[in-house]
Design a protein around this ligand. Structure first.
Ligand SMILES: [Mg+2]
Length: 236
């Protein structure tokens, strides 16, 4: 466990921290794979093929459903040798639209944690991805008014966090970040001298998954968000 004393700002990641999200991708991938199965050569690992396009395209499209939809279409065209039909491409596009409209379901304990923290700390929401899609989700979540600062960034690395904190005049020493991704929400914060709490979610995208290193200054409470909330309030 890390010290939770002298915290001034608490930041939340959004996808799979405030609300469930990756399950939408998992479900869409399964449906896309089903659609493409007739075009697959024997022994082909379609999930790996799709991930290869997705990873390559991240540098071009960035994170989010729209880029993922284009990657599904590109995979379909490539794997079918150009034989995929317009009707099937339309099904993939519809799948993408469905992903963008998915219901926002807050994860357990989120409203309670926000209400408990609000009187004592400045609250931030920091999420990465497509600006339009993320703003839309934040609006539909009903949580926008709970946060003092909302930032949608294109990458979550040490440089991004450093400049974001500097822009808002936040000292990293008083900054605590909560999130489901070690790569995006935890390790870069530790790197810039802040504190981080890892709240793992049932699903983690390949790209965010990584091996743990020992001895790094973050905390993963066994009791998840409720244990964290108690500990933070206890340290005031
Ligand atoms: Mg997340």
């Amino acid at each position: 466990m890390i010290s939770l004393k002298n915290i001034t700002h608490i930041a939340f990641d959004a996808d799979d921290t405030l609300w469930g999200h990756e399950h939408v991708f998992v479900d869409a991938k399964a449906r896309c794979l089903k659609l493409l199965r007739p075009y697959m050569k024997p022994g082909m690992d379609l999930e790996q093929e799709l991930y290869a396009f997705e990873r390559k395209n991240l540098k071009i499209f960035g994170y989010g459903v729209k880029g993922f939809s284009l990657s599904m279409i590109e995979t379909a065209i490539e794997l079918s040798g150009g034989n995929i039909s317009g009707t099937e491409i339309k099904q993939i596009i519809d799948l993408g639209k469905e992903m963008l409209a998915h219901d926002i379901e807050l994860l357990p304990g989120i409203p309670e944690a926000l209400a408990a923290f609000k009187p004592h700390f400045k609250l931030l929401l920091i999420t990465k991805g497509d600006l339009f899609a993320q703003e839309n989700k934040i609006a539909r979540s009903g949580l926008a008014a709970e946060f003092d600062i909302i930032e949608v960034v294109s990458e979550k690395d040490a440089g991004t966090y450093r400049s974001l904190l500097a822009r808002h005049g936040i000292d990293p020493a008083g900054f605590l970040m909560l999130g489901n991704s070690l790569r995006s929400d935890v390790l870069p914060i530790v790197e810039i001298g802040g504190r981080a709490v890892h709240l793992p979610h049932e699903y983690t995208w390949h790209h965010e998954a990584m091996n743990e290193e020992d001895g790094i200054g973050y905390w993963r409470p066994d009791g998840g968000l409720s244990e964290l909330t108690k500990a933070v309030l206890g340290a005031i």
